[in-house]
Design a binder for this molecule. Sequence first.
Ligand code: KIV
Ligand code: ZN
Length: 527
Amino acid sequence: MTETTGTRRIKIFDTTLRDGEQAPGASLDVEQKIKLAHRLARLGVDTIEPGFPISSPGDFRAVQRISREVEGVEICGFARAVQEDIDAAVRATEDAQRRRLHMFLSSSNIHLDFQLKKSRAEVVELARRMVSYAKRFVDEVEFSPMDATRTGDEFLFEVLEAVIEEGATILNIPDTVGFALPEEYGAMFTRVMRGVRGSDRVEFSAHCHNDLGMAVANSLAAIKAGVTHVEVTVNGIGERAGNCSLEELAMALATRGESFGAATGIRPEEIYATSQMVSRMMGSPIAYNKPIVGRNAFQHEAGIHQDGLLKNRNTYEIMDPERLGIPRSMIVLGKHSGRHALRHRVAEFGVELDAQQLEELYAAFKEKADRQKTVHDHELLQMAGQAVDRALEPYTLSEVQIVTGSGTHRVASCKIRDNDAGTEAMYTGGGEGPVEAAVAAIRSAVPEPVEFADLELYSVSSGETSAGEATVTVRLGDALHRGTATNRDILMAAAEAYMAACNRAVREARSAAPESRPAAGAEAGVR
Ligand code: KIV
Ligand code: ZN
């Protein structure tokens, strides 16, 4: 919770499951929507718009089940200004603890002339009739004049006054095509709040699209102008360039709240896990440099930055990634990294190097860093292990064989050394896919119940050299741990990344409770 006394509470209206789902290829089934809705409730959103009930039986069921099963948040049914849409939205949300109906109708000339083929008078009359109809069933009725930012004040005011008279309680003024600039969007709300009759009886909401990259800035401008509801999506997913990003807006308010006098109820520690879940379920990867949740958002490669950061995190970071639930190491080791960063990183693994060992490691590191963009932790620990003459990781993966092909079953065998026990053995595993098989084989070497959580694969090819980079996230207890590896063979990259993530999880668990190491093979059995 980011709220402080004396600040306005901004309500977060999450439309990931409705507007966000309109992103190409992002569609979800009913069960996925329910899982995500529970996650959004845990994140602390105030309202969830889970879909468009009239649009398909699946969306109707999703809105209905979320209304029944997800507690503690308001559920919103989405509808055109059409009686059947309203009926469907009313029925789908009738079991919600709290509900809202969100009705939209275009207001710009271009939409009226080419899409609706209605006159302005007809639009006002329809808006009145449908808001009045919806009010028979639902108290909280939100009205959105679609394409409002290209409508012009005169007609916009007329429509808004009409729907207020009929009982609309929330006026959402969308920048449907992402055309507005922040000062324009904020000023429009100021004029509406001053000039529209009855505006003191309703609440205002912002809904911005990101076509010019201004959805978050526009939403913040609307908050400055007095809006109390903001419509957002996780990862900014949505039509075309997407919507206002929930995490960027929430963290802008959490970090710069004093400039806005406003705060949200979003729990920052839930942001990362929610973002990952949305990205995975909607099949929509997150850009590396995406603020807050992109994989580079808290990583530092430049030597000067690394040096500053090691002295005081605030030199180059304005937010604490750990507060956002981000499992990470803040320093990316590459050819720009210096001795200070190297010494610090290996010290994080409990290894103190003397001057000669550091020089030896530094020389090996620079050679590797010249060959590959990033030197990953497990590679660094391997080199540091050579410098100090002992293995630093709990397990070393030394051989991987995977039998893959067109059948339905894949088999992997891995030679793994248990460095604490001083033993080495072959482990086998099977699965429908080759990564699954390799994961099963490696898991059987590790006695702790490390669960596989996620795999991201990227191409890091350059020129004629093709390579894959894999990042695997695992869960042990409540903690997430990550491992990354690069290899010319993408399956090897995945296997090494999984081993690296398991090593990290096991190392932390065993150093927190040294007596806790289960007997080898106890969990899955050595095969
Ligand atoms: O972008 C938009 O205008 C919308 C609404 C219909 C609110 O998604
Ligand atoms: Zn929209």
